[in-house]
Design a protein around this ligand. Structure first.
Ligand SMILES: C[S@@+](CC[C@H](N)C(=O)[O-])C[C@H]1O[C@@H](n2cnc3c(N)ncnc32)[C@H](O)[C@@H]1O
Length: 355
């Protein structure tokens, strides 16, 4: 909506009806500051005031949204344009959520893997160290029970292990401390790989680190790994089928694949003053660009069935699905994220093996 045009129109119609800003404000039961704010183009009247404003100014809603008087000939076209603008604005008001982060302004975008990779790489190059250790094993994400309790990776001693989206290397450190013989990490961000290398050096841990999108062939050995895992990594894939097919090829027969990500129901439900309400459709799998920590990311929402069916299509058998939360941890957090986690799953982990 063009707030400046609408503001000028409100001022013009107010004057035509012979009201001062204060008189209009009194009729609406609000302060004259609010009227002045709209007329200067700094904000729109609350939805509850729109019909009373139209009645007082002798205009209709379509004219208010258009910011001008309409002839009968214009009316239908303007009504449709205004409807589209309203739907677009309502969509951009929906908040997307990843992990414990409620993202800023979002807009839907066409799926374009190159643009997504570029945007996300810039994000992780710049912001990566802020996430130091917060999305790493033994946590699988949110308030899920920890790996120490779940033991999804099993006995790692003597195993060859690969992490997808290895971030700062904190999960690699965790698996290294469980006796693996070979440790590998893959990440799209060269800065994240450098941080991992530096971090593991300080811990005297050796790892093979590869900088590549997970969706690309990158020279990783095939039929080689006992375990591939990912903590808040897989959701960044722009192509789940190719990603799962490649991961399947890296694994030995019966090799395990375990990954955790934000639960899709979590991004559908908002919390305000302790009340939960649906603010997004579970079925919406559109790609969106959103503000996060003063940078931008591009992600898609996915349903659980999308992950599960992609695993099945690409040679995996699901062994375990975890979505329950650790209640004590959620209560102790004393945050909206924690309170939400008492009512619904905010993260999930899937354990699968190669057929
Ligand atoms: C939340 S972090 C993972 C943190 C990691 N689990 C740890 O222990 O530090 C997600 C990582 O996925 C990486 N990533 C994002 N998109 C990717 C892609 N398409 N292919 C590979 N890595 C990607 C990011 O660079 C980031 O380092």
């Amino acid at each position: 909506m063009d707030q400046v045009k609408i503001g000028r129109f409100i001022a013009q119609m107010r004057k035509e009806q012979g009201f001062t800003q204060r008189e209009l404000a009194e009729l609406l039961g609000i302060s004259d500051k609010s009227v002045s704010k709209w007329e200067c183009g700094n904000g729109m009247p609350d939805i509850s005031l729109m019909l009373p404003i139209c009645e007082i100014l002798k205009i209709n809603l379509n004219e208010l949204f258009s910011g001008e008087k309409l002839t009968d000939a214009d009316y239908k076209q303007k009504a449709e344009e205004n409807m589209m603008k309203l739907i677009k604005e309502a969509n951009s008001m929906k908040k997307n959520i990843v992990g414990g982060n409620v993202l800023g302004q979002s807009e839907n975008v066409d799926k374009n893997p190159d643009i997504a990779h570029k945007t996300n790489t810039e994000f992780w190059d710049t912001i990566g160290s802020d996430f130091l250790g917060s999305t790493a094993l033994p946590s699988w994400g949110g308030f899920l029970p920890s790996e120490d309790k779940l033991n999804l990776l099993g006995d790692l001693s003597g195993k060859r292990v690969l992490e997808i989206g290895c971030g700062n290397g904190h999960s690699l450190e965790y698996t290294a401390s469980h006796g693996v013989t070979e440790l590998w990490g893959l990440d799209i961000s060269a800065s994240q790989i450098a941080r991992t290398r530096e971090y593991l050096n300080t811990k005297k841990i050796t790892a093979n680190l590869i900088c590549s999108p997970m969706e690309n062939e990158c020279g990783l050995p095939t039929n080689y790994f006992d375990v591939v895992y990912s903590v808040y990594g897989i959701g960044w894939s722009t192509d789940l089928d190719t990603t799962f097919k490649l991961i399947n090829s890296y694994l030995k027969e019966n090799g395990k694949f375990v990954f955790g990500w934000s639960h899709p129901i979590h991004k559908c439900v908002s919390i305000e003053n302790g009340q939960l309400f649906f603010s997004n459709s579970y079925f919406n799998e559109e790609w969106y660009r959103a503000d996060m920590s003063d940078k931008q990311i591009i992600l898609s929402n996915r349903m659980l069935s999308t992950y599960i069916n992609a695993l099945a299509r690409n040679g995996f058998v699901i062994e375990q699905f975890v979505e329950e939360n650790d209640k004590d941890k959620a209560i102790a957090a004393d945050s909206d994220f924690g309170r939400k986690s008492l009512m619904l799953p905010t993260a999930f982990v899937i354990k699968a093996h190669k057929e």
